[in-house]
Design a protein around this ligand. Structure first.
Ligand code: ZN
Length: 353
């Protein structure tokens, strides 16, 4: 049977649509020094089958290109023999691509593309949204239960710069829910413990570990430098401090609080004039959680869930993909698995804005 093939011109044209087509350059690193076909990803020929089994999806076409069109022909035959009939050979390879004067990009480190390949493939997300994450700076206030899952997922997602502030050390009683820390990190600074875990997941990103208590003095500058602020604290005084500065500096703030079996999450996108703030939601010095939550107990997965939802909201705020919890309070109760939402508005009596 004839191996399905396309011309370099057709491959270039089709691969403008990354939702339907992917161009895979299987040449070796030396060959790629002269550049790679624009919009291609680099996968070593030896890894192609493994990569394909792991990554290829139906209703998507994969064009395979090599230097002259010989290795790619063999590669496509192998993929088809393994059931991947959506693999197609690019005729005459990169040499012909250059002869036809099609666009060439500088060779990129393929590890970066591999790391984020699931985001690149994701409908409505793609490389464009991933690049926004790479350029973003998120500030996590607190390195406890909420920040544990939030920070791990934001690091994994490739948020380019993450700052995390906390002056506390890891204690044995934290480990039931603060999954970013380990038994070996007891007595270590939480921000150091968190940083090492995040960096181990993703060495590509920059992490600032700030071993300080958030105060009126340092909060202003830290918040000013970030694009999105995650409230991962457990006391209302700090929550209001962070809120008030976010209102002043027009920074999006992602709120979450946990109590026993229940979590509450909301977004105050204070870049918008019409956005409510924490004081609009909780006008007086009474929040959802009691003043001393360390005596009330909390199911370990509750802050984990809330932190993941905060990470999800941060990704959406940065990439403009999807709808955030702006003007919406999400209340999750894990006793009866109820997920409820309450709509609220900017309070005209709010003294802040
Ligand atoms: Zn307000």
């Amino acid at each position: 049977m004839k191996t399905p093939s396309v011309t370099v011109k057709q491959a270039f044209k089709d691969c403008q649509d990354s939702q339907k087509y992917t161009l895979i350059d299987i040449r070796n690193a030396t060959e790629r020094q002269d550049g790679t076909p624009k919009n291609s990803i680099a996968i070593a020929a030896d890894n192609l089958l493994h990569y394909a089994k792991d990554t290829f999806t139906k209703n998507h076409t994969y064009y395979i290109i090599c230097q002259k069109g010989v290795s790619s022909l063999a590669a496509v035959n192998l993929l088809i023999a393994n059931g991947m009939t959506n693999a197609i050979n690019v005729d005459k390879g990169f040499e012909h691509w250059q002869e036809c004067q099609l666009p060439v990009a500088q060779a990129t480190v393929c590890a970066h593309d591999l790391r984020y390949s699931r985001h690149h493939q994701l409908q409505g997300f793609g490389k464009e949204a991933q690049d926004k994450l790479t350029k973003a700076h998120v500030l996590l206030i607190g390195a406890g239960g909420l920040s544990s899952s939030c920070a791990l997922y934001l690091a994994a997602a490739g948020v380019g710069t993450l700052s995390i502030i906390d002056d506390d050390v890891v204690q044995l009683s934290n480990l039931q829910r603060q999954i970013i820390h380990t038994t070996a990190s007891i007595d270590a600074l939480k921000v150091d413990s968190a940083k090492s875990r995040m960096q181990a997941i993703n060495p590509e990103i920059t992490i600032h570990a700030i071993a300080q208590k958030l105060t009126e003095t340092n909060a202003q500058q830290l918040i000013a430098q970030a694009d999105v602020i995650i409230d991962g604290t457990d006391n209302l005084k700090t929550r209001y401090l962070v809120n008030d500065i976010c209102v002043k500096l027009k920074k999006p703030l992602i709120y979450a609080a946990v109590y026993q079996y229940e979590a509450q999450i909301s977004v105050f996108d204070l870049r918008m004039e019409s956005s409510p703030c924490l004081r609009c939601l909780f006008p007086y010095t009474k929040g959802f959680e009691p003043e001393n939550c360390s005596t009330q107990g909390v199911l370990g997965v509750v802050p984990g869930l809330a932190g993941i939802l905060q990470a999800s909201e941060a990704i959406k705020l940065i990439t403009h993909v999807g709808q955030t919890l702006q003007t919406t309070l999400l209340i999750c109760n894990l006793v009866d698995n109820s997920f409820r939402t309450i709509q609220y508005k900017k309070d005209s009596n709010c003294t802040l804005h």
